[in-house]
Design a protein around this ligand. Sequence first.
Ligand code: AMP
Length: 215
Amino acid sequence: MHFILVGLPGAGKGTQAVNLVEKYQIPHISTGDMFRAALKNETPLGLEARKYMDRGELVPDEVTIGIVRERLQEDDCTKGFLLDGFPRTIPQAEALDGIIDSLNLNLDGVISIEVPEADLLQRLSGRRVCRSCGAAFHILYNPPHKEGVCDQCGGELYQRDDDKEEVIKNRLDVNREKTQVLKDYYNQAGLLREVDGTGEFTEVFKRICQVIEGK
Ligand code: AMP
Protein backbone atom coordinates (compact mmCIF):
# COMPACT_ATOMS: atom_id res chain seq x y z
CA MET A 1 0.00 0.00 0.00
CA HIS A 2 2.34 2.72 -1.31
CA PHE A 3 0.61 5.96 -2.18
CA ILE A 4 1.43 9.62 -2.82
CA LEU A 5 -0.95 12.45 -1.97
CA VAL A 6 -0.68 15.55 -4.15
CA GLY A 7 -2.57 18.82 -4.19
CA LEU A 8 -1.94 22.52 -3.79
CA PRO A 9 -1.13 23.83 -0.31
CA GLY A 10 -4.35 23.84 1.70
CA ALA A 11 -6.03 21.10 -0.34
CA GLY A 12 -6.23 19.04 2.84
CA LYS A 13 -3.35 16.66 2.24
CA GLY A 14 -2.01 16.88 5.78
CA THR A 15 -5.36 16.46 7.54
CA GLN A 16 -6.47 13.61 5.30
CA ALA A 17 -3.08 11.94 5.61
CA VAL A 18 -3.24 11.80 9.42
CA ASN A 19 -6.53 9.91 9.24
CA LEU A 20 -5.50 7.70 6.33
CA VAL A 21 -2.31 6.46 8.01
CA GLU A 22 -4.29 5.66 11.14
CA LYS A 23 -6.88 3.67 9.18
CA TYR A 24 -4.35 1.78 7.04
CA GLN A 25 -1.53 1.61 9.62
CA ILE A 26 1.18 2.90 7.30
CA PRO A 27 3.79 5.61 7.94
CA HIS A 28 2.98 9.20 7.03
CA ILE A 29 5.95 10.77 5.33
CA SER A 30 5.56 14.52 5.09
CA THR A 31 8.60 16.47 3.96
CA GLY A 32 7.02 19.68 5.31
CA ASP A 33 6.73 18.07 8.78
CA MET A 34 10.28 16.73 8.54
CA PHE A 35 11.62 20.20 7.70
CA ARG A 36 9.59 21.83 10.48
CA ALA A 37 10.90 19.28 13.00
CA ALA A 38 14.47 19.93 11.86
CA LEU A 39 13.85 23.65 12.13
CA LYS A 40 12.46 23.33 15.65
CA ASN A 41 15.54 21.34 16.68
CA GLU A 42 17.79 23.81 14.89
CA THR A 43 19.67 21.08 13.03
CA PRO A 44 21.83 22.06 10.03
CA LEU A 45 19.04 20.70 7.77
CA GLY A 46 16.47 22.89 9.53
CA LEU A 47 18.59 26.01 9.28
CA GLU A 48 19.17 25.37 5.56
CA ALA A 49 15.47 24.68 4.91
CA ARG A 50 14.36 27.78 6.83
CA LYS A 51 15.84 30.11 4.17
CA TYR A 52 13.39 28.73 1.61
CA MET A 53 10.40 27.95 3.81
CA ASP A 54 10.16 31.49 5.19
CA ARG A 55 9.74 32.79 1.65
CA GLY A 56 7.30 30.06 0.61
CA GLU A 57 9.87 28.63 -1.82
CA LEU A 58 10.82 25.02 -2.38
CA VAL A 59 13.84 23.61 -0.57
CA PRO A 60 16.44 22.49 -3.18
CA ASP A 61 15.85 19.03 -4.67
CA GLU A 62 19.12 17.47 -3.53
CA VAL A 63 18.37 18.33 0.11
CA THR A 64 14.78 17.11 -0.07
CA ILE A 65 15.55 13.92 -1.99
CA GLY A 66 18.28 13.07 0.54
CA ILE A 67 15.96 13.15 3.55
CA VAL A 68 13.27 11.12 1.76
CA ARG A 69 15.78 8.51 0.59
CA GLU A 70 16.92 7.99 4.18
CA ARG A 71 13.38 7.77 5.49
CA LEU A 72 12.16 5.26 2.88
CA GLN A 73 14.97 2.89 3.76
CA GLU A 74 13.54 2.37 7.21
CA ASP A 75 11.79 -0.96 7.84
CA ASP A 76 8.32 0.43 8.46
CA CYS A 77 8.08 1.50 4.80
CA THR A 78 8.17 -2.05 3.43
CA LYS A 79 4.45 -2.56 4.14
CA GLY A 80 3.43 0.80 2.83
CA PHE A 81 3.69 4.56 3.08
CA LEU A 82 1.76 7.68 2.38
CA LEU A 83 3.94 10.41 0.95
CA ASP A 84 2.59 13.89 1.57
CA GLY A 85 4.22 16.94 0.00
CA PHE A 86 6.80 14.86 -1.86
CA PRO A 87 7.54 14.72 -4.74
CA ARG A 88 6.90 18.30 -5.81
CA THR A 89 9.20 18.47 -8.86
CA ILE A 90 10.04 16.14 -11.75
CA PRO A 91 13.63 15.54 -10.52
CA GLN A 92 12.09 14.53 -7.15
CA ALA A 93 9.59 12.22 -8.92
CA GLU A 94 12.36 10.62 -10.98
CA ALA A 95 14.54 10.19 -7.93
CA LEU A 96 11.60 8.61 -6.11
CA ASP A 97 11.09 6.12 -8.96
CA GLY A 98 14.73 5.11 -8.53
CA ILE A 99 14.47 4.80 -4.75
CA ILE A 100 11.28 2.71 -4.97
CA ASP A 101 12.88 0.42 -7.58
CA SER A 102 16.03 -0.03 -5.55
CA LEU A 103 13.93 -1.05 -2.55
CA ASN A 104 11.89 -3.51 -4.67
CA LEU A 105 8.66 -1.70 -3.89
CA ASN A 106 5.76 -0.66 -6.15
CA LEU A 107 3.92 2.62 -6.26
CA ASP A 108 0.18 1.85 -6.17
CA GLY A 109 -1.21 5.27 -7.00
CA VAL A 110 -0.99 9.04 -6.82
CA ILE A 111 -4.03 10.68 -5.30
CA SER A 112 -4.61 14.29 -6.27
CA ILE A 113 -6.98 16.24 -4.02
CA GLU A 114 -8.71 18.85 -6.19
CA VAL A 115 -9.88 22.14 -4.63
CA PRO A 116 -10.54 25.50 -6.40
CA GLU A 117 -7.93 28.17 -5.63
CA ALA A 118 -10.32 30.70 -4.07
CA ASP A 119 -11.18 28.07 -1.44
CA LEU A 120 -7.49 27.36 -0.86
CA LEU A 121 -6.70 30.99 0.03
CA GLN A 122 -9.50 31.06 2.58
CA ARG A 123 -8.50 27.72 4.05
CA LEU A 124 -4.81 28.55 4.43
CA SER A 125 -5.12 32.02 5.92
CA GLY A 126 -7.40 30.59 8.66
CA ARG A 127 -5.18 27.63 9.51
CA ARG A 128 -3.66 27.45 13.02
CA VAL A 129 -1.20 24.78 14.12
CA CYS A 130 -0.22 23.58 17.60
CA ARG A 131 3.34 24.49 18.49
CA SER A 132 3.70 21.36 20.65
CA CYS A 133 1.97 18.48 18.86
CA GLY A 134 1.43 19.84 15.32
CA ALA A 135 -2.38 19.33 15.32
CA ALA A 136 -4.11 21.59 12.77
CA PHE A 137 -7.22 23.74 13.33
CA HIS A 138 -9.10 26.35 11.29
CA ILE A 139 -10.55 29.52 12.76
CA LEU A 140 -13.78 29.04 10.73
CA TYR A 141 -14.11 25.38 9.76
CA ASN A 142 -12.47 23.56 12.66
CA PRO A 143 -12.01 26.01 15.55
CA PRO A 144 -10.44 24.82 18.82
CA HIS A 145 -12.74 24.82 21.86
CA LYS A 146 -10.68 27.62 23.38
CA GLU A 147 -9.18 30.25 21.07
CA GLY A 148 -5.44 29.86 20.64
CA VAL A 149 -5.25 26.60 22.62
CA CYS A 150 -4.84 23.07 21.22
CA ASP A 151 -7.76 20.72 22.04
CA GLN A 152 -5.47 17.71 22.04
CA CYS A 153 -2.54 18.75 24.22
CA GLY A 154 -3.26 22.27 25.51
CA GLY A 155 -0.33 23.68 23.50
CA GLU A 156 -0.24 27.14 21.97
CA LEU A 157 -1.77 27.54 18.49
CA TYR A 158 0.05 29.74 15.99
CA GLN A 159 -0.14 30.79 12.37
CA ARG A 160 2.70 29.36 10.31
CA ASP A 161 4.80 32.12 8.71
CA ASP A 162 4.10 30.58 5.33
CA ASP A 163 0.31 30.73 5.96
CA LYS A 164 0.34 34.55 5.99
CA GLU A 165 -1.54 35.93 2.98
CA GLU A 166 1.35 37.40 0.96
CA VAL A 167 3.38 34.22 1.41
CA ILE A 168 0.36 32.04 0.55
CA LYS A 169 -0.02 33.77 -2.81
CA ASN A 170 3.64 33.08 -3.52
CA ARG A 171 3.27 29.45 -2.41
CA LEU A 172 0.30 28.96 -4.73
CA ASP A 173 2.17 30.58 -7.64
CA VAL A 174 5.21 28.39 -7.02
CA ASN A 175 3.14 25.24 -6.63
CA ARG A 176 0.43 25.61 -9.28
CA GLU A 177 2.54 24.85 -12.31
CA LYS A 178 4.73 22.32 -10.54
CA THR A 179 1.70 20.34 -9.32
CA GLN A 180 0.28 20.19 -12.84
CA VAL A 181 3.58 19.00 -14.28
CA LEU A 182 3.70 16.31 -11.62
CA LYS A 183 0.12 15.22 -12.31
CA ASP A 184 0.96 14.94 -16.02
CA TYR A 185 3.98 12.81 -15.13
CA TYR A 186 1.93 10.33 -13.08
CA ASN A 187 -0.99 10.44 -15.50
CA GLN A 188 1.33 9.23 -18.23
CA ALA A 189 2.43 6.44 -15.91
CA GLY A 190 -1.25 5.49 -15.44
CA LEU A 191 -1.04 6.15 -11.68
CA LEU A 192 -2.99 9.41 -11.25
CA ARG A 193 -6.33 9.34 -9.39
CA GLU A 194 -8.14 12.67 -9.02
CA VAL A 195 -10.42 13.11 -6.01
CA ASP A 196 -12.88 15.97 -5.43
CA GLY A 197 -11.51 17.74 -2.32
CA THR A 198 -14.46 20.07 -1.73
CA GLY A 199 -17.16 19.51 0.88
CA GLU A 200 -17.09 17.87 4.28
CA PHE A 201 -13.84 16.35 5.49
CA THR A 202 -15.46 12.93 6.02
CA GLU A 203 -16.85 12.89 2.47
CA VAL A 204 -13.43 13.63 1.01
CA PHE A 205 -11.94 10.95 3.29
CA LYS A 206 -14.43 8.36 1.98
CA ARG A 207 -13.61 9.27 -1.63
CA ILE A 208 -9.90 8.78 -0.97
CA CYS A 209 -10.47 5.44 0.79
CA GLN A 210 -12.46 4.21 -2.22
CA VAL A 211 -9.51 5.03 -4.45
CA ILE A 212 -7.03 3.31 -2.13
CA GLU A 213 -9.20 0.21 -1.91
CA GLY A 214 -9.66 0.24 -5.70
CA LYS A 215 -13.47 0.57 -5.56
P1 AMP B 1 4.20 21.81 3.40
O1 AMP B 1 3.96 21.61 4.85
O2 AMP B 1 4.15 20.53 2.60
O3 AMP B 1 3.32 22.88 2.80
O4 AMP B 1 5.71 22.33 3.24
C1 AMP B 1 6.14 23.53 3.86
C2 AMP B 1 7.41 24.01 3.17
O5 AMP B 1 8.45 23.01 3.28
C3 AMP B 1 7.28 24.27 1.67
O6 AMP B 1 6.74 25.55 1.38
C4 AMP B 1 8.73 24.12 1.22
O7 AMP B 1 9.50 25.27 1.57
C5 AMP B 1 9.23 22.96 2.09
N1 AMP B 1 8.97 21.66 1.42
C6 AMP B 1 8.14 20.67 1.83
N2 AMP B 1 8.16 19.62 0.98
C7 AMP B 1 9.02 19.96 -0.02
C8 AMP B 1 9.47 19.31 -1.22
N3 AMP B 1 9.01 18.10 -1.58
N4 AMP B 1 10.36 19.97 -1.99
C9 AMP B 1 10.84 21.18 -1.64
N5 AMP B 1 10.45 21.86 -0.56
C10 AMP B 1 9.54 21.26 0.27
